[in-house]
Design a protein around this ligand. Structure first.
Ligand SMILES: Nc1ncnc2c1ncn2[C@@H]1O[C@H](COP(=O)(O)OP(=O)(O)OP(=O)(O)O)[C@@H](O)[C@H]1O
Length: 347
């Protein structure tokens, strides 16, 4: 599989630098789908536009298979692009939309018909070639936009927040589907999103972007388990950071001991842990030992995923936790860390 490499990529609007010496590589065999994840305004769309050839570089280079793209115009890059709202041609049918890039490339009528059929099968919308695009639901429209972008066999697909305009349930369903579709088409793909769950649903590798630079890349699991710093941990959903100390086989924390071996190689001495609400389990039962950490419940909310609590503790003040059994405000609970939801920062 071919690889897109960015080296020292710098892009600005007027005097303002938006991408600042950015290095990145996407499209490797192991990770055909890469997500670019970052908060609003960090430069994700600018980066996608620079890759597409729509923004000039102030400095640096973008190469495809080692070849510099500086003088390759947008239409010669053979990159497919899908934006947030699909941007289908509203006066045309679904089939005419999917055929658009093929007509421009002067494919024959028979080749176009066959490819349109293949693409609509791929996005699981067979039999709608004759339909007007104004009659489609939001999810169907995004599938058609994907079919249109993939039809001319682009060597790279760029998706800019492709699910942002859809409701939550459809977003999740389509996130899996888009991942399947681009892998089936064997097209390396970059998808821009500000939603960490969407990034994990879609991509093999996630790159976290902050203020014009990539701060960490890795599999979603790697990012949850080993966030590069506290900012990355928070952006990925951490609500608390605590100190921990490796002592023999144990990792000592203000919320009890963990088995150090669970975390793989840890540096000797102190480290910092990133906790999400799911990292802390609260039990209404009294603690087994007097030394076990406890807290008093101050808030309870029933979320679809289970009970979410806020608990006042002596050592750490108010912290977030989850509970499997019903608890009430004012109740004392024992607290236990769930190592499968604990991240170690900065390794
Ligand atoms: N055409 C432009 N002219 C001037 N400034 C721009 C232009 N486009 C973007 N910017 C600025 O560049 C910064 C990065 O914008 P960009 O759209 O790349 O961010 P983003 O991470 O995609 O954000 P979002 O998730 O909100 O779309 C923002 O501060 C934005 O205001």
């Amino acid at each position: 599989m071919s690889v897109l490499r960015l080296r020292d990529v710098t892009v600005g609007y007027g005097a303002r630098t938006v991408l600042d010496g950015l290095d990145w590589a996407v499209g490797s065999e192991d990770s055909p789908v890469s997500a670019l994840l970052g908060p609003s305004g960090c430069g994700k769309s600018t980066l996608l536009r620079a890759i597409a050839g729509l923004e000039p570089l102030v400095r640096g280079a973008i190469t495809w298979d080692g070849r510099d793209l500086a003088h390759v115009p947008v239409h010669r890059r053979d990159f497919g692009v899908v934006f947030q709202d699909g941007q289908l041609f509203s006066g045309r049918t679904v089939g005419q939309n999917v055929a658009y890039g093929l007509r421009r490339r002067r494919w024959s009528r028979a080749q176009i018909d066959e490819r349109v059929r293949q693409m609509l099968d791929l996005v699981q919308l067979p039999d709608i070639a004759e339909r007007r695009v104004t009659e489609l639901s939001g999810g169907q429209a995004q599938r058609v936009a994907l079919a249109r972008a993939l039809a001319p066999r682009p060597r790279l697909l760029l998706l800019d927040e492709p699910l942002a305009a859809l409701d939550a349930r459809l977003r999740e369903e389509l996130a899996f589907a888009i991942g399947d579709i681009v892998r089936a088409a064997a097209t390396p793909t970059v998808v821009v999103t500000h939603d960490r769950a969407e990034a994990a649903l879609l991509a093999d590798e996630v790159s976290v972007m902050r203020a014009g630079a990539i701060v960490q890349s890795g599999t979603p699991t790697r990012l949850w388990r080993r966030p590069a710093d506290e900012w990355v941990a928070d952006f990925l959903g951490a609500t608390l950071h605590i100190d921990a100390q490796a002592v023999g086989e144990a990792l000592r924390t203000p919320l009890g001991d963990l088995e150090a071996a669970t975390f793989g190689a840890l540096p000797p001495g102190r480290c910092r842990l990133a906790l999400r609400p799911e990292s802390v389990r609260a039990e209404p039962a009294a603690p087994a030992t007097p030394a076990a950490p406890t807290g008093v419940v101050t808030h309870v909310a029933a979320l679809p995923s289970g009970l979410r609590l806020r608990v006042r503790t002596e050592a750490l003040g108010e912290i977030d936790a989850v509970a499997e059994r019903a608890v009430e405000v004012g109740e004392t609970v024992s607290l236990r860390l769930d190592p499968s939801h604990v991240g170690v920062i900065g390794l």
